[in-house]
Write a protein that binds this ligand. Sequence first.
Ligand code: CDP
Length: 196
Amino acid sequence: MIFTVAIDGPAAAGKGTISRAIADRFGFRHLDTGLLYRAVGALGGDPVAAARALRPEDLARDDLRTLQAGQAASRVAAIPEVRAALLDFQRRFARGEGGAVLDGRDIGTVICPEAEVKLYVTASPEVRAHRRWLEVGGDEARVLAEVRERDARDMGRADAPLKPAPDAVLIDTSAMGIDEAVAAACAVVADRLPQR
Ligand code: CDP
């Protein structure tokens, strides 16, 4: 079976949690595509060369989840040659046998417009910043400023800007708990699965 679940949305909207839950529930493979851009940013040097030479062990670094790594990721993610270098790997992952969940910014719009399920997971900037602050600590106002800056860069770039695919199902998690958001997403997937 080839079956792709594309999950896009801004930082800290809940994409990661929802993606892992869908992968667990339905036995699909999962790719957090943000990690690819975080790893390219963290490698430093020429980002295009880094993207072309990316290895699995680069994704296993333990410093990829910091606010700085997120900012570096969104800067290198605006470079078209970086995105082009990461495209084939993501497409192959999406259309490989067995079902796949990919979360990112351009999965439903660029990487896999033919995805069987497209979700756009979002929440207000304040709610997202609060969630990220619970993970990283520090000054909450600074985390909110960082979230807004990254949103603006991701939505404003010319190549593969963050936006919902026209046929995406919108899930606003501002007032939802994790269980509720996961249930809403799984219901969409269950509904689209081919009958076995
Ligand atoms: O976890 P969080 O939502 O904060 O960020 P992420 O998904 O790890 O993505 C980090 C950055 O990588 C984003 O701000 C985007 O600039 C970039 N990215 C992208 O351009 N395209 C993707 N498919 C995934 C991430």
